[in-house]
Design a protein around this ligand. Sequence first.
Ligand SMILES: Nc1ncnc2c1ncn2[C@@H]1O[C@H](COP(=O)(O)OP(=O)(O)O)[C@@H](O)[C@H]1O
Ligand SMILES: [Mg+2]
Length: 240
Amino acid sequence: MTVLRTRGLRKQYGAGAGLVRAVDGVDLDVARGETVAVMGPSGCGKSTLLHLLGGLERPTSGEITVDGRRTDGMGERGLARLRRDRIGFVFQAFHLVDELTAVENAELPALLAGRSPRAARALALELLDRVGLADRAGFLPAQLSGGQRQRVAVARALANEPLLVLADEPTGNLDSAATLDVLRLFDALHRAGQTLVVVTHDPRIAATADRIVEMRDGAFVDQTVLSQLPDLSGSLGAQG
Ligand SMILES: Nc1ncnc2c1ncn2[C@@H]1O[C@H](COP(=O)(O)OP(=O)(O)O)[C@@H](O)[C@H]1O
Ligand SMILES: [Mg+2]
């Protein structure tokens, strides 16, 4: 089953001599439970692509279908609903609310989606447990390490049981130990059947994906299906 499909997806900024073709004709299909890693140099359009997929920005042209529904022509209300009900975002800079504790951050999407405070809290605690932070529920972001903050952000992204999780360089601000924690977490999500699109520079994260797409100048230039490389996945397993 296809969770996400794009055809001829384009996003342009500016005009005339200042025209930027940030996303320039992307055709992408992501099946349920699939993890797709998007790689490519800075400025090639990875973040713009994720923003289009998640309804944070609207395409200049082309089609986006999420769970069988076209989203490219949706209005603000429709897009807000899409983001709230279907999509979990994880950003490089975490984007946690500094004044709220870990559990308060994690429960926000559930509260916004209309869950009762009690149900939202129970869910957030369960998610913090899932990301290995049950004992940090009452901590403020400033009291957490970078890796712990990102794991709170992942818990928050999961609070709506999203059809699709979009992560933009989730380990970009982390040291190597914290990167490993987040790497393991994404791998666990993948194994649990979560559909994921992850923008990353980290070959270890990419190696846990089902497929790696390489972007240059707004377009896909190469795709590697990792399931067709049994030797590679074997050596990764050995690395733990
Ligand atoms: N809001 C914007 N206005 C104008 N240009 C933008 C905007 N956002 C991104 N761009 C340009 O689009 C291109 C792709 O950017 P981005 O998607 O952030 O790349 P990446 O995430 O791969 O580093 C870059 O040339 C960038 O400067
Ligand atoms: Mg980016």
